[in-house]
Design a protein around this ligand. Sequence first.
Ligand code: ADP
Ligand code: MG
Length: 275
Amino acid sequence: REPVGRPAATRVFVVANQKGGVGKTTSTVNIAAALSELGQRVLVIDLDPQGNASTALNIEHRQGTPGTYDVLVDGVSLAEVIQSCPDCDTLDVVPATIDLAGAEIELVSVVAREGRLKKAISAHPLVGSAALAGEERYDYLLIDCPPSLGLLTLNALVAGAEMMIPIQAEYYALEGLGQLLATVDMVRAHLNPDLAVSTIVLTMYDARTRLAAGVAQEVREHFGDQVLKTAIPRSVRVSEAPSYGQTVMTYDPSSPGALSYLEAAREIAIRGSVR
Ligand code: ADP
Ligand code: MG
């Protein structure tokens, strides 16, 4: 697993799609683990009250465990809530607990409520350019969003520069994307001019069906170079891994799912930030 070069500064990815079950969490944790295998320093921020990314990365996230909730609602620093992933050398996680479910409502009365995550990320000493943040800096931050376009996802869109949209290669794939892209435009116009959709990942791709091929073609026509060349195949190994508290990268490293996520991570690293 040949390492790739590190980016000049931390790249912050928002993994979002308001549709549930499209592979946001699966792509977040596996691309994060793959990037780590490729020699990158990675931080995953779990922004979904379900805490699926925390589970998959084997990170403690019982109710009351310090995590994203404390950062957003109480202004606790990232450094105080970061845990390191037991199975990867260079992968850290900010866990999400069920407490986060109340955050959307609790944040309503907070000043600059949509900028809380950005503030916390910017304040972290290991985020930024190599010159400022040093060799130990994070190369990649991946924010796993909940399946909605509420205040949590908005915090991510304000905090990040690159958006990664997982799209499941199935019939309704493009439905709802209009709303997502309109939200991105709104955020770009009013809150975060740096935001760009840099990466589309086709997930649960079944090469045997004409439907999947058709959807993939449609997505590629619509988004062009933003779509990763590597599509992630549907594979039982990928869906089994979380129940062992593992990513597919460690659960079955030579499986097609693991190899595809490794290839996807390599593409992301090599092409830098596509605008
Ligand atoms: P989201 O975070 O968008 O809600 P998940 O990543 O949790 O979606 O994925 C939804 C379901 O699909 C999960 O049960 C997951 O294990 C399964 N899944 C995701 N990617 C794959 C894949 N490549 N092959 C098989 N199952 C997958
Ligand atoms: Mg999820």
